[in-house]
Write a protein that binds this ligand. Sequence first.
Ligand code: GLN
Length: 446
Amino acid sequence: TADTFKQIADKDKTVKAFLALNEDDAAKTAAAIDAAGVDADKVLAGIPVGIKDNIVTDGLTTTAASKMLANFVPIYDATVVKKLKDAGMVIVGKLNMDEFAMGSSTENSAMQTTTNAWDKTKVPGGSSGGSAAAVAAGEIPAALGSDTGGSIRQPAAFNGIVGFKPTYGRVSRWGLIAFGSSLDAIGTLTRSVRDGAHLLNAIIGEDERDTTTVPRDPEDLGRNIGKGVKGMKIALPEEYLGKGVDPKVAAQIEKAAEQYKAMGATVETVSLPHTKYAVAAYYIIASSEASSNLQRFDGIRYGYRAKDVKNLTDVYVKSRSEGFGSEVKRRIMLGTYSLSAGMYDAHFRQAAKVRTLIARDFENVFKDYDLIMAPTTPTTAFKIGAKVTDPVTMYMNDILTIPVNLAGLPAASVNAGFVDGMPVGLQLIAKPFAEATIFQAAAAFE
Ligand code: GLN
């Protein structure tokens, strides 16, 4: 662990990915593992891992990159953290993100600006930007992130690493600070595909504390790694290579399709016709759920409380006005509006219907195909400051990742080469609980 913390001290000066370090505790855990000797079945024992700062860690500050939680020290571990500890992993610290996971560049953090591992003038993506940049910069080999609309896959793409968002219900959300509960998924960011499978294997499983988790027989999600893609049927949706996608990025994905064909897969163009409505539906659903989930931050129970208050209303209004950043407030207002009595039918109900149509688009394709391949993002990483003042442009950056969350599907981003020196992400999407197929195809490409 001393080496890991030296790496972090050195590289994090420019990357600025860590919000908290767990140095004493990590040293103790590592020493205990050394003393006990490594059990051959425990492939992850002694390996350092970083945790996105919206996943609660017992005794270690968890802020969700918000002023609201700047001094919040949880008294329990999220299920995923407990599972990593049981696997013998060493939790090294907490990673920067967009406040409450709302954003695509980590610039919405109330704490600090994280930089892309390949170019410090560019964003690391978001919202799990700290997790991705720390792994890509070589500070740590692996990290956990969360993905509500692309927040694992997009930063993985921008930093040239492997990001995996599992099927909704595969991994417990207990201890994840909720954003959009019907969309949120905890997943992994690693340098290699195999590492991703090991890390995801460690955190999956039904959890009585999260009733949306699905009971499944034990399985090794990496079991098909090395089998190649011969005979695999891969779909390439035309909507994901069309307008708004940088032609150089599209060309890189078409090159990846040729590589898959050369390895014996068939790749055919398909249509996901409702893709164009996904961003609009997502921002209504995610913001509605967020407006409800964030009600708990009232200045009373825990978190930030404003000074100079005259009455109870003041406590609520001032604490929330001062504690939340502007993007979070924008989402709360949008969500509250969409759910309000007069607007619910026109907005929330419509969005829920669109969500069903998007899920059906995918179901239709998966009748005939094993996998969908597409770019993860329309462009490579953009400059810090370029989009932060223009929310709609920022929202459009997620157009290729959002449909997957609306449909609850598993998807990964792996590196597909570089355009002008910046990494391009190849997104691989499968039907529910077919993570093993994604790992199989991802490993063949690596
Ligand atoms: N960028 C998207 C948003 O701002 C997705 C975020 C996420 O996946 N947490 O909502």
